[in-house]
Design a protein around this ligand. Structure first.
Ligand code: FUC
Length: 787
């Protein structure tokens, strides 16, 4: 049944059920085949590995590979291998514009109600007239699964399943009846295919049946004797019709033995070794163009890859991965705990000295970014590119009131600047769709995005007033453009992003309104993302976060215009307008105020996961420990009130904030909470139950922030080093200004810092209270021991 998946159009509905049933049955396959696992396999030689002594049962135990576009979750079963497959443009729906035609007319009344303090009324009017139609955006969806059925039962010895982060290869190995079997899986950014290699240490041992399954409306058939083809269309979602065609192809290349295709399966028997090549593509070309040819795309990459040897495919993949991955090395020390399998280490981290697990988490974050966001791909979404569902949590899209930004926090500091390119392209596209929204909803110039977007670059407010009615998402993304410039100053890039910064600024120049009580220029309507104030709503005017984001946007636009020598009048206007934004204020409890009024202590959710107004302290630098100590004290008080323990990404934000507060012990304590099983799954995916990848990226960045910071006009070394990491070293971290840094420390004290710079410059270094200003020659380096 599972192997003869040959749908007709009439059968497609039934097949959705069949595929789901297959997925459910597959969970029980290990039990059905009653594999007995004997012997304890030793740890892999590569210490930067996640590894286990049993196959994955749940999806959050499987291991992710990806080339930015094509992803697979590798389960590593003995009787049945399962690869759950993704392609980063397989989303539901098609080009659409969800702006409500009634929004523009309703907004003046909404503003009036808000300024009169009638928040609940404003909320109702927004719900009725202003929210997007449909109210939700499109979902990112799974391609389906490839199964390899080996049909074996009995005992296996020394089973080990691992993900080698240094090579970006998932591996399974075990011994059965004296034969050692090895499987390798990788997703190649060079050849644009997923490669599976099956080998054994004796001839004629490889046999299996390969099948493809999917919950999508698709059919599967064997083709050309050695291939499987899945062809389908994407689904309709919330009344937006599916507009994409997609195809996945598997080609089976055998060495020795024989094979045959039957219906919708390919069977191999008695082979010495087998390479499977998997390609997938959709007809998506751009948010407004779905005229691609998935058949041509998948055939072309398979034909090209089939001509290469496995060794060549593998070495090209490894070299391209290592070009990025090996730029940073981190050693926080190694204890005996590091010899345990990864799932055991996660279970015991809180009570054990295992600094190498923190280093592994850091490098895993870098691995995941390289694997989910490369030039030419979509940006990493809420699950990177890994999703087994048709209706994933929050549609696995781009939530830009924290989550997408957090995904990219580690990109610059951990030396993966190329991975930001998909985000830059997304902002360029949002500047187009968001210009339409600025015009039709707000009668404004420039462009804007509310709190979410999807593959189709939708920009209208979704979900409900509390979530969607927030105009500052696009402006926050602009900080990443500026950061990219600051980490590697380059005039061509500045020229590219300037129109984006300028357009984002123009939107606010046109839509900020005077708050009648204080005279500030404020956003209205808005929210402090997702947090309700004491008056029955989250809807308000001029939340602190908006002022902070717009202050950064205006300042960076003004700086860019100055560097490019353009738009003098605009610069003047940005400066003047910035001065009229609501200032950061310390409230009665000593906290940084979340709203213009001091409502914080009465807000219904005192431990709310979002800490939006702390944006000014991290990721921004408007508030700093030495520059604005009173406001930094407000940040600390707010953090104490919110509590350290929250859901995955929210913990990761707190971690970065405590690292900026330079409290190494507190930061490390919270890191232990991030790394415990309730927030880190066995495959080290971050739990925001079920799974959201931002916590992985935020956590990785926090570890970098503990070692190096460069936001206050100086490069600060080991600002939040915890006692748990007394000796160690890091190389290849990046700092603002275009610097690359290596550090080594012993007994908790810096022993050596090396600073390199391609373009050279005067650099101010800080170690605790000691500072030094030194000159680095272009292409040169300097060494400092902190004295
Ligand atoms: C924000 C968060 C939620 C979730 C969603 C994707 O809205 O408040 O917790 O992470 O994004």
């Amino acid at each position: 049944m599972l192997r003869t998946f040959a749908p007709t159009r009439l059968l497609q509905r039934a097949l959705k059920f069949t595929a789901l049933t297959a997925a459910v049955l597959s969970l029980g396959s290990a039990a059905l085949h009653a594999i007995e696992f004997r012997g304890d396999a030793p740890p892999p030689e590569q210490p930067l590995s996640l590894w286990y002594r049993q196959p994955a049962d749940q999806w959050v135990e499987a291991l992710p590979v990806g080339n930015g576009r094509l992803g697979a979750m590798v389960f590593g079963g003995v009787a049945r291998e399962r690869l759950q497959l993704n392609e980063d443009t397989l989303w539901a729906g098609g080009p659409y514009d969800p702006v409500s035609p009634e929004a523009a007319a309703a907004l003046p009344e909404v503003r009036r109600l808000i300024f009169e303090g009638k928040f609940a009324e404003a909320d109702r009017l927004i719900s009725g007239k202003v929210m997007a139609r449909p109210l939700r955006q499109m979902a990112y969806q799974t391609v389906g699964d490839m199964f390899l059925d080996f049909g074996e039962a009995g005992a296996v010895e020394n089973y080990r399943r691992e993900l080698d982060l240094d090579a970006a290869i998932a591996r399974v190995s075990f011994t059965r009846n004296g034969v050692r079997f090895t499987r390798e899986v990788f997703s190649s950014p060079v050849d644009q295919i997923i490669v599976v290699r099956l080998t054994a240490d004796q001839p004629a041992q490889i046999g299996f049946t390969a099948t493809l399954h999917t919950p999508q409306a698709a059919s599967v058939a064997a083709a050309g004797g050695d291939s499987l083809v899945m062809s389908g269309v994407n689904s309709e979602y919330n009344d937006v019709k599916g507009a994409l065609r997609f195809e996945a192809r598997v080609r089976v290349l055998r060495e020795g033995g024989f094979h045959y295709a039957l219906g919708s399966s390919v069977t191999v028997q008695r082979a010495d070794a087998v390479t499977l090549l998997i390609a997938a593509a959709t007809s998506f070309r751009r948010f407004d163009d779905v005229s691609g040819d998935p058949t041509a795309a998948t055939t072309a990459v398979l034909d090209a890859a089939s001509k290469k040897s496995f060794a060549d495919l593998r070495s090209a993949h490894v070299a391209e991965h290592q070009r990025l991955f090996r730029r940073v090395a981190l050693d926080l020390g190694t204890t005996s705990a590091a010899a345990q399998p990864t799932d055991v280490r996660i279970r015991t981290f809180a009570g054990t000295a295992d600094p190498a697990l923190a280093a592994l988490y850091f490098q895993y974050g870098r691995y995941l970014l390289i694997s989910s966001s490369r030039p030419g791909t979509q940006p990493a979404n809420l699950q990177g590119i890994w999703n087994d569902s048709m209706s994933p949590p929050w549609q696995s899209k781009y939530t830009i009131n924290i989550n997408t930004q957090m995904n990219y926090w580690p990109a610059e500091p951990t030396n993966l600047a190329e991975c930001v390119e998909p985000l830059v392209v997304m902002v360029e596209e949002l500047a187009q769709t968001g210009a339409r929204t600025a015009r039709t909803m707000y009668d404004a110039r420039g462009w804007m995005v509310h709190h979410n977007t999807d593959l189709w670059r939708a920009t209208a407010p979704i979900d409900g007033p509390r979530w969607g009615m927030w105009p500052t998402g696009g402006a926050w993304l602009c900080l990443h453009l500026w950061d990219h410039y600051e980490y590697a100053p380059d005039r061509a890039f500045l020229t590219r992003i300037y129109p984006l910064l300028k357009g984002a600024s123009e939107f606010f120049l046109d839509t900020l309104v005077v708050d009648p009580k204080h005279g500030y220029l404020v956003t209205n309507p808005s929210t402090s993302p997702e947090n309700a104030h004491p008056f029955g709503s989250a809807i308000c005017a001029g939340p602190t976060m908006d002022a902070q984001i717009i202050r950064d946007l205006f300042a960076n636009t003004e700086r860019a215009a100055g560097l490019l020598g353009v738009d003098d009048g605009l610069r003047e206007q940005l400066r003047a307008t910035s001065g009229r934004l609501p200032p950061n204020k310390v409230g009665a409890q000593g906290q940084l105020q979340e709203w213009i009024e001091d409502w914080d202590a009465q807000a219904p959710e005192q431990d709310h996961r979002h800490v939006s107004h702390l944006y000014g302290f991290f990721p921004s630098n408007q508030i700093t420990l030495r520059g604005t100590p009173e406001l930094a004290g407000g940040v600390r008080t707010t953090l104490e009130a919110r509590g350290d323990f929250s859901t995955g990404w929210a913990i990761a934000w707190r971690l970065n904030l405590w690292a900026r507060l330079q409290d190494g012990e507190r930061t490390h304590r919270i890191l232990a909470a991030l790394l415990e099983p309730s927030r880190t799954y066995p495959n080290m995916f971050d739990a925001h139950p079920p799974f959201q990848i931002d916590g992985n990226f935020g956590g990785a960045n926090a570890i970098a922030e503990m070692l190096l910071q460069s936001h206050a006009g100086e490069i600060e070394l080991l600002p939040a080093l915890p006692k748990a990491w007394p000796a160690g070293s890091v190389s290849g971290l990046r700092a603002r200004g275009g610097y690359e840094i290596d550090l080594a420390w012993a007994d908790g004290v810096l022993t050596r810092a090396t600073v390199r710079s391609a373009q050279g410059g005067d650099v101010r270094l800080r170690l605790g209270k000691v500072t030094a200003t030194r000159t680095v020659a272009p292409g040169g380096e300097l060494v400092w021991d902190g004295r």
